[in-house]
Design a protein around this ligand. Structure first.
Ligand code: NAP
Length: 489
């Protein structure tokens, strides 16, 4: 049987630069904690700015040969990595649960999702095409080539420690781009384990470089301003994304931004309530609510609001909270004390403004919760539109329900945010479903389902939720430049 100790022991803890595992300059390290206990799991090399430059040097050096590498072989490396991830899912899930807190079943689901990006892009590597066109006046020809963008910089968050990486690494490898990735300091282990798997799958030295660090800004800013990287792809908060866009302006880097969300979840009177409650559980509780796609505002139409709220509260109240590696646990801890404090403050603010707590509303107490950052699954009703949680990401297991009367009101409420990642609509009226899907200002809509993510589909947001798409047939476009060769005939 796999134990946390044995998995931790075999996980690399150094930086991965130019195909070698190396300590950080000066031997700097930082601790990685288990959010379910607050205890230190291990320490990991803490990349300095000089280490960052060394990683970029390695990516730049590997770029020409990697761009010339046969697409079929690039795809086969990804395919082998997909298979290794699938075979090692038990160990990887335990590692992920230890550093991030989510229950083992959620970690397994994430690793499956993460691996699917490698499978999808292994198939895309050999489908990069171009064009040939006769000029409209008939005297010239246009040849359109698609070439790798060049060395890339990636920054990823802690909430999906592996999948947010494979969504970028997969298409980069398929397109012929090298990269430097900085995972979140709370969850570097899953990314280090992934790098080891890619190395085993045959990825040449320098194609991927991994530099965990606590000083994200001091590590990344010089690399962004360096001029040799040609693209940055970031997943994280809108505030940090905005700063990285500004930094990228100097060297006119291509930017892909997967940023924050404030997803509305709309349930109409004509909805299939079983489906709506299932959908709400998924959209709210996947990853303990720590997802950019999490239902942040639930709007139920007046005719079913009470029944919907009652059924959702029943389901939320039945969830088992605890250490993610314990049997039967469905809700793990939040990532850290700061995250729990924020959730606590948002709930107090809503209650002060008139919201009612149906269940939860506080941290669980008793055996098994000491030291961890747990928060009980919570349902609030009568949440006013001026509550902070109507405009800020909750990032926790809190479902705030408000009531609406008309379709027009629902659309206005849903769109009343600067974010635009995803929205959810539950209705059995197809025409209404289409009207809402067209009117909602989000990059994605879940129509009668509580999850939209799929490696074969384009994921991304509009407004302050981001730029660009990951996954699907467009995912690889973010890593390809289009070049025109205008030919005299
Ligand atoms: P965050 O604070 O923005 O951190 C994300 C990453 O950026 C981490 O690796 C972090 O490093 C790094 N970072 C922080 N400051 C930086 C700087 N000045 N320069 C360069 N890198 C910097 O976000 P988070 O709180 O970890 O993650 C949650 C956010 O991510 C939420 O807003 C969520 O909605 C969003 N998200 C979006 C998507 C999507 O696809 N749209 C998916 C998942 C999450 P450290 O580890 O040192 O903090």
């Amino acid at each position: 049987m796999t134990s946390v100790e044995s998995v931790l022991k075999k996980t690399p803890k150094d930086l991965f630069i130019g195909g070698r595992w190396v300590p950080a300059s000066g031997g700097r390290t930082f601790d990685v904690d288990d959010p379910a206990t607050g205890e230190v799991l291990c320490s990991v090399a803490d990349a300095t700015p000089a280490d960052g430059v060394a990683a970029l040097d390695a990516a730049v050096a590997a770029q020409p040969a990697w761009a010339a590498h046969p697409p079929r072989e690039r795809g086969e490396i990804l395919r082998r990595a997909f298979e290794l991830l699938t075979t090692r899912i038990d160990d990887l899930a335990l590692l992920m649960t230890s550093e991030m807190g989510k229950p083992l079943a959620d970690s397994r689901a994430e690793i499956t999702y993460a691996a699917e990006f490698f499978r999808w892009f292994s198939e895309e590597a050999v489908r990069i095409d171009g064009g040939y066109q006769v000029a409209p006046n008939g005297t010239g020809r246009f040849l359109v080539m698609r070439q790798p963008v060049g060395p890339c910089l990636f920054v990823t968050p802690w909430n999906f420690p592996m999948a947010m990486g494979t969504r970028k690494i997969g298409p980069a490898i398929a397109a012929g781009c090298t990269s430097v990735i900085k995972p979140a300091h709370q969850t570097p282990l899953s990314m280090l384990a992934l790098a080891e798997i890619l190395q085993e799958a045959g990825l040449p030295d320098g194609v991927l470089n991994v530099v965990p660090a606590v000083g994200a800004g001091e590590l990344m800013e010089p690399l962004i301003r360096d001029g040799r990287a040609r693209k940055i792809s970031f997943t994280g908060s809108t505030a940090v994304g905005r700063r990285l866009i500004e930094q990228s302006a100097e060297q006119v880097l291509r930017v892909s931004m997967e940023l924050g969300g404030n997803a509305p979840f709309l349930v109409f009177d004509d909805a299939d309530l079983d489906k709506a409650v299932d959908g709400a559980m998924l959209a709210k509780m996947r990853n303990m609510g720590e997802a950019c796609t999490a239902a942040n505002r639930i709007y139920a139409q007046a005719g079913i609001a009470e029944e919907f709220g009652r059924r959702l509260a029943e389901r939320m109240g039945a969830l088992r909270v605890g250490h993610g590696a314990a049997d039967g646990v469905q809700v793990g801890p939040l990532i850290d004390a700061k995250a729990r404090t924020k959730v606590t403050e948002l709930v107090s603010d809503a209650v002060d403004r008139g919201a009612k707590v149906v269940i939860g509303g506080k941290a669980p107490e008793g055996d098994g919760y000491d030291g961890g950052y747990f928060y009980s699954p919570t349902v609030l009703t009568d949440v006013p539109t001026d509550a902070r949680m109507a405009t800020e990401e909750i990032f926790g297991p809190v479902a705030p329900i408000s009531v609406f009367q008309t379709e027009q009101e629902a659309l206005e409420l849903a769109n009343d945010t600067e974010y635009g990642l995803v929205s959810y609509v539950f209705t059995t009226d197809l025409a209404r479903g289409l009207r809402m899907s067209e009117g909602l200002e989000t990059g994605m809509v879940g129509l009668n389902q509580g999850i939209v993510s799929n490696p074969a589909a384009p994921f991304g947001g509009v407004k302050h939720s981001g730029l660009g798409r990951e996954g699907g047939s467009t995912g690889i476009d973010e890593f390809l430049e289009t070049k025109l060769v205008a030919i005299a005939t």
